[in-house]
Write a protein that binds this ligand. Structure first.
Ligand code: 4NP
Length: 151
């Protein structure tokens, strides 16, 4: 799960998807394209909405997306088009590029919709982001659990 800061959107996506998959078979992680918040806890507003929904994301710390992530992960879900461009810029080949997906295309195929950056808004932005990520992650978890989707 990738966003810009790795403190608002992708930590929520990370926590939500991890809660829907078993850790024996799946590894879920998140990162930011920027180096702004390396080592930081998720934003307090992300921690709060996650807690309200029964998820603890305080074990997460900000890190920056790195090229080796293309080797570690089969799927790289980005929150918006600028994340998409920044991640694709780091790709080494077409296989790397094929792993990168706008997360809301899992809910609205081919629409290329974006998860809005809630950083500069109020708490309602985080509610909204949580709800759209929860639906997208349900769709991702369902797909990942169907064996035909496993690599
Ligand atoms: P995120 O939100 O990409 O969802 O983690 C942001 C967090 C911090 C900043 C921008 C977006 N920032 O500019 O510090």
């Amino acid at each position: 799960m990738v966003c810009l800061g790795n403190i608002c959107r992708s930590p929520l996506a990370h926590g939500i998807l991890a809660s829907k998959l078993d850790t024996e078979n799946f590894q879920v992680d998140s990162a930011g394209t920027s180096n702004y918040h390396i080592g930081s806890l998720p934003d307090q507003r992300s921690i709060a909405i996650a807690r309200k929904k029964g998820l603890d994301i305080t074990n997460q710390r900000g890190r920056q997306f790195k090229v080796e992530d293309f080797d570690t992960f089969d799927y790289i879900y980005v929150m918006d088009k600028s994340n998409f461009e920044n991640v694709v810029k780091m790709a080494r080949n077409t296989e790397d590029i094929s792993k990168v997906k706008l997360i809301l295309n899992e809910s609205f195929p081919n629409k290329n919709l974006e998860v809005p950056d809630p950083y500069y808004g109020g708490d309602s932005g985080f509610d909204n982001v949580y709800n759209m990520l929860d639906i997208a992650c349900n769709n991702i978890a369902k797909k990942l659990k169907s064996t035909s989707y496993l690599r």
